[in-house]
Design a protein. Structure first.
Length: 120
């Protein structure tokens, strides 16, 4: 097996291992945005059309809370209420504030539980 094949295999297996259970979340009664932890990261889980998305809890601009941020653009964008900075939920890139990037997280439901990992 070549080094590239080994690196690909390790990368694929470690990517799956990165999923973290979001403990103490009851999907039936949870209110969104939901505060949770993904490893050491404090995140907010958003309910969006087609599922869920995780984001860091604070805006990267001035670290203001994002719990009351506004979803827009068909749940593809997030606008911070404090300074109207807009970020793409797909990759966290800034739309109107060059130089800033929001950390985003993949979130999935498995067996009635929520799991998250840093977006790939």
């Amino acid at each position: 097996m070549s080094e590239a094949e080994i690196a690909t295999e390790v990368s694929a297996s470690s990517a799956e291992a990165e999923w973290q259970l979001l403990a103490d979340v009851d999907l039936g009664s949870a209110e969104f945005p939901l505060r949770a932890r993904c490893g050491d990261d404090a995140i907010l889980v958003l309910r969006i059309s087609g599922g869920f998305r995780g984001i860091e809890r604070s805006c990267p601009h001035q670290k203001r809370p994002l719990n009351d941020a506004i979803l827009q653009g068909g749940d593809k964008l997030l606008r911070c209420r404090w300074h109207s900075y807009v970020f793409r939920l797909s990759d966290g890139k800034a739309v109107n504030c060059p130089g800033y990037k929001l950390r985003v997280y993949d979130v999935k439901v498995e067996n009635g539980a929520l799991f998250a990992r840093p977006a790939q």
